[in-house]
Design a protein around this ligand. Structure first.
Ligand SMILES: O=P(O)(O)OC[C@H]1O[C@H](OP(=O)(O)OP(=O)(O)O)[C@H](O)[C@@H]1O
Ligand code: HPA
Ligand SMILES: [Mg+2]
Length: 187
């Protein structure tokens, strides 16, 4: 296990860089096979999904022909650790999803509100198909029905950071998934 210098605010490492890499490669190859002739439009949810999406698209081997990338800004947590329940949504690159095979990339499905709102939005815009891939899933916290079509890891009910996931905009660049120490979480 190589986690380098552990951040002083991390009390527990749930998923190491190596464990993450292996599973993301596996899921990437599975998705590549499923989308081999579908010219997928891969849409990442800003900001959290950026780090996972970067690993995932490079793990899609062989690369599906015509694969395109875009991003959607969705935010419901603001500065806190509890979903506000309202999802604000803005398309970034302006790609038309009509008739496209959309693969939505999330870093985490927690209450499910963000992903559910985005999936509904892309379906309503006329996507040919809409599927969801998430690095993490916390099924015990679901407030709305929303299950990823592809998921790397299921985790218990802990607020986690790293690999794109933040607490008050910090910790996104950590290469592992960790749990904050209480003193860092409350301050
Ligand atoms: O299933 P849910 O309860 O909706 O939670 C999941 C969403 O919450 C986080 O985004 P956040 O609103 O924190 O924005 P961020 O990605 O910019 O941090 C996370 O990145 C997911 O997109
Ligand atoms: O556990 C989490 N960590 C960071 N951001 C999140 N957004 C939803 N759940 C989480
Ligand atoms: Mg966040």
């Amino acid at each position: 296990m190589t986690i380098g210098q552990l951040h002083p605010c991390i009390g527990e490492v749930l998923l190491t860089r190596e464990v993450l890499q292996e599973r993301v490669s596996e899921v990437g190859r599975e998705i590549a096979a499923d989308y081999a002739d579908k010219q997928p439009l891969v849409i990442g949810t800003l900001k959290g999904a950026v780090v996972f999406m970067s690993d995932l698209v490079r793990a899609m081997e062989p690369t599906p022909a015509g694969l395109e990338l875009d991003f959607v800004r969705a935010s419901s947590y603001g500065a806190g650790t509890v979903s506000s329940g309202k999802v604000a949504l803005t398309m970034v690159g302006g790609t038309d999803v009509k008739g496209r095979h959309v693969l939505l990339v999330e870093d985490i499905v927690d209450s499910g509100r963000t992903a559910a709102a985005l999936l509904e939005h892309f379906s309503a815009e006329g996507a040919a198909s809409v599927k969801l891939v998430s690095l993490l899933s916390k099924p015990s916290r679901r407030a709305v029905q929303c299950e990823p079509d592809y998921q790397c890891f299921e985790i218990e009910d802990k607020f986690v950071v790293g690999v794109g996931l933040d607490y008050r905009e910090e910790y996104r660049s950590l290469p592992y998934i960790g749990v904050l120490k209480p003193e860092c979480y409350e301050s």
